[in-house]
Design a protein around this ligand. Sequence first.
Ligand SMILES: Cc1cc2nc3c(=O)[nH]c(=O)nc-3n(C[C@H](O)[C@H](O)[C@H](O)COP(=O)(O)OP(=O)(O)OC[C@H]3O[C@@H](n4cnc5c(N)ncnc54)[C@H](O)[C@@H]3O)c2cc1C
Length: 495
Amino acid sequence: MARIVVIGAGMGAMACAARLAVAGHRVTVYERGDTYGGAVRRFERDGFAFDTGPGLLPLPAVYRDLFLKTGKEPLEDLVELVQVDPAARHVFADGTRVDLPNASRAGVVAALDETLGAGAGQRWGDFLVRAREAWDRTRRPLLEEPLWPNWQVLAEREPYPSVPHKKLLRTRRAATLAEVGAWELRDARLAELLASHALAYGLDPRTAPASAAVLPYMEHAFGTWYVRGGMRELARAVYERCVRRRVEFVFGAEVTRVVEKDGRAAGVELADGSAVEADQVVAGVDPALLGALTDRPLDGEGDVPAGLAPSGAARFTVLLALRGAREAGTAHRTVVHSPDSAAESDFLAAPGGAAQPRPTVTVYRPGDPALRPDDAHESAVLRATVPVDAGWEDPERAARTTELMLDAASAAIPDLRERLLWHEVVTPDRAGAVPAPSLAAGDGRFLHPANSTRLPGLYRVGGWAHPGGGLPHAGMSGALVAGLVVEGPEFRGSR
Ligand SMILES: Cc1cc2nc3c(=O)[nH]c(=O)nc-3n(C[C@H](O)[C@H](O)[C@H](O)COP(=O)(O)OP(=O)(O)OC[C@H]3O[C@@H](n4cnc5c(N)ncnc54)[C@H](O)[C@@H]3O)c2cc1C
């Protein structure tokens, strides 16, 4: 039995802690905050409740596997998973609306043909077939296996089989998601639909590699799920599973240093000056933060340089308390596309440049009685992807962005302004950047640092490490790190 210290109680760290405890180790989690779950937070006021982190769960199989491997009760016995239908309603810049059914390729094709014109659905369906190829080629290395030592292969090879595009005697293949949209989907609204999947993960479609096609594929193939009671219930279930497996949690305990002894990680120091010895240390925090906790570089030449991973865009979140009941036929999630997607990309790339355009806004209206004081009220969450560092502490900028988002959300919530009781803003400077899932191609800029480090006994887990951000990916990082700790460096991945 090894003594293992885990830094942070985010989802990746807790997923790892539960697995390590089941493998017979003594695991203690030190969390600087006063609760578990990291980004999976909840805000409550006047009987209204809101998920301030992820609004939906993709790829629930990752958490099903966690609960199966760490105990007898399946995930479905601990939380109520609801497959949302439609998966999303899209309101395009030209006003067209379409409801996309959950996890039904045929249903999506039919819905797109009906609203965008014959042939549109087929083009999207054909795109999904190619996206599946990219998924099949990268699923193992980018989700289920530790980062390959020869990660350059993943960085250089584009797994998405783009369609040759002829222009002025030249034949080209789409290298970015925006090019896939323009050249293969050949409809502005389909291109917007594709781009919105990248934006939801904080990626600019103009720079995201074509391999980002796996993101819409994941949603179409495996569905999109809501956790009844709010997404925080998933964090609660993972936390409780950890506690049941005798993982110890110490809250209000900031780790200030990883202690090294004889060339190995040997414990941590805490902000109160105390020290904790350990045989292994698992860090579920941003690698930049982790770098500051150690006395030596954690990556060597040939490792994925930490700086190469995209820092992740941020999210601007507006929480709405609304009077009046949620009307029949309301979609759980509505994506209101920006009227000017090029300007939106420009702003993401260079926030100091032109004026901020109205962003693409995702409106979450969960229809869950647990999130509202009574049936005569409703809670809703608005979310937009924005640059991390754009002066969000300036109240005027925050107010302007809120107004733009409320304007957009009016397309999803009738009479929004009249119904609004109050709103609360979570600016990016409070929530921080959100890491995107690891992607192939793009010269490795979309890969994350490996879970193992050059300091033996120190591992990286969570969204800022391989295989990247998002609930499923962070959950997988927990499985990978547990595998590396238990089986050693020869561990080649979980199934
Ligand atoms: C606004 C927002 C929206 C999101 N939307 C989605 C979405 O739609 N879909 C999706 O899949 N994902 C989404 N995510 C991302 C997802 O929530 C995370 O990728 C996932 O929860 C994994 O988190 P993590 O394991 O990296 O830990 P984190 O959530 O980053 O938690 C890290 C923890 O470590 C603690 N910590 C940090 N430093 C120290 C220290 N020195 N000592 C002790 N403790 C420390 C922190 O307090 C924190 O609790 C969103 C995130 C945010 C913030």
